[in-house]
Design a protein around this ligand. Structure first.
Ligand code: AMP
Ligand code: MN
Ligand code: MN
Ligand code: MN
Length: 283
């Protein structure tokens, strides 16, 4: 197979991105993407629009999502690719996963109020494109625009991560359920940005082992938050666990994301690209 410019990880206004599916498709195509997937957090409401826009720009499309999972007390993200977006079990599972976000957002706002940041819930809501998907990113945008912090990274560091005033522990889907929803809907499950998790070597080994046991097929190797050294490290992990490798920018916004759609290095030779496993699901 010739080298393909595939970008299989990004977010629209249907979750915590700032662009519409149509604007993302135009940007991806403009950057030379040939195979694209929109992977909104816990949500597949943008899939039809994304696929239509991909085709209008001459790109091939894979259905996508990024499911929030709780594993060993940490939040892990599992990407689904090439599933049937009408699968009822998958739709129900995602809806359930989205379910706790509203209450969590009110608790985040209560934590922020205690350190003098008032009305953050109402503030964050102004940035939300999908009422079922209020995320920490929306709080971060509100706090940057209202002058509390200089950028979203600063908001996360000072307010929204473990031990900080706006951090609320949350129980997401189980690893088993997320992998099964995707797989039973005809897609493949992929561990997103593995270098981002604060796991010990043993915990990381357990994540990959259990993921495989549940039917997981791939790992994101080349992605916006990985360093070149991590491309090498997780390429080796892919080989060690017999997983295919994925490539995706994790693009959220022209103002926030330092890696643009389609602008990542290619996967190293010798890795099996995830799109070879779902070749029959490419539309
Ligand atoms: P949530 O699903 O509400 O917990 O929000 C998670 C999202 O927050 C991720 O998908 C990222 O888009 C964003 N995020 C997480 N950590 C950071 C960070 N350190 N800096 C900027 N954005 C972050
Ligand atoms: Mn996000
Ligand atoms: Mn993620
Ligand atoms: Mn993402």
């Amino acid at each position: 197979m010739p080298i393909l410019n595939a970008d299989l990880h990004c977010h629209s206004v249907v979750s915590d991105g700032t662009l519409t599916p149509e604007a993302l498709a135009a940007r991806a195509a403009g950057n030379g993407v040939e195979l694209w997937a929109l992977t909104d957090h816990d949500e597949i409401g943008g899939q039809q629009r994304a696929m239509a826009a991909a085709h209008a720009h001459g790109m091939k499309y894979l259905t996508g999502t990024e499911i929030s999972v709780t594993f060993a007390g940490e939040t892990v993200h599992i990407i689904g690719l090439g599933f049937d977006p009408e699968d009822p079990e998958m739709k129900r599972g995602l809806q359930e996963t989205r379910g706790g976000r509203e209450d969590r957002a009110r608790e985040i706002a209560a934590g922020l109020a205690q350190v003098g940041i008032q009305d953050a819930y109402e503030g964050a809501l102004r940035y939300v494109g999908n009422p079922e998907l209020i995320s920490r990113t929306h709080f971060a945008r509100f706090m940057v625009d209202s002058g509390v912090c200089k950028d979203t990274g600063d908001v996360f560091r000072r307010f929204l991560t473990d031990g900080k005033p706006g951090y609320v522990p949350h129980r997401w889907a189980s690893l088993k359920h997320a992998v099964e929803w995707i797989t039973k809907a005809g897609g493949i499950a992929v561990i997103a940005h593995p270098a981002r998790y604060k796991f010990t070597a043993n915990e990381e080994y357990a994540l990959f082992t259990e993921f495989k046991a549940h039917g997981g097929r791939g790992v994101e190797v080349v992605t916006g938050s990985h360093t070149p050294a991590e491309y090498v490290k997780y390429g080796e992990t892919a080989r060690e666990f017999g997983l295919a490798a994925s490539r995706g920018s994790d693009f959220h916004s022209p103002d926030e994301s330092h890696t643009d759609l389609g602008k990542l290095p290619n996967l190293a030779a010798g890795l099996t690209p995830v799109w070879e496993l779902v070749a029959d699901r490419i539309r």
